[in-house]
Unconditional design. Structure first.
Length: 108
């Protein structure tokens, strides 16, 4: 696969544009975001995480690499900068029906 799935690209682009609405729209209603063991279930919780740990701290993402681990499961390495976490690290996305169903932010 040469291109990121649309919802993962939307996750990156909306973060870089500081567009919280488009960010949340990339996720399924019952999505789960796991940030190093802290779990956020559903869009409301993911919006809260976004406001405190992502767009709320002016995060910017740069794609380093990605590959499809298995059907609908993508390992993505991003370089993150901003006023929160900075560094390069792996994320695992599960994409179903054109939306992010699960996102695991993994320790580097």
């Amino acid at each position: 696969m040469d291109k990121l799935p649309v919802p993962i690209q939307q996750f990156i682009d909306s973060t870089n544009a500081a567009d919280s609405t488009k960010f949340a729209d990339a996720f399924a209603e019952d999505a789960v975001l796991d940030d190093w063991g802290s779990k956020y279930r559903g869009k409301a919780a993911i919006r809260s995480w976004d406001s405190t740990d992502n767009i709320g701290v002016q995060s910017k993402f740069e794609l380093v690499d990605f590959f499809e681990e298995q059907a609908n499961v993508f390992n993505v390495t991003l370089s993150v900068s901003g006023n929160g976490h900075n560094g390069t690290g792996p994320m695992r996305f599960i994409v179903e029906d054109g939306l992010i169903r699960k996102l695991d932010i993994l320790p580097d």
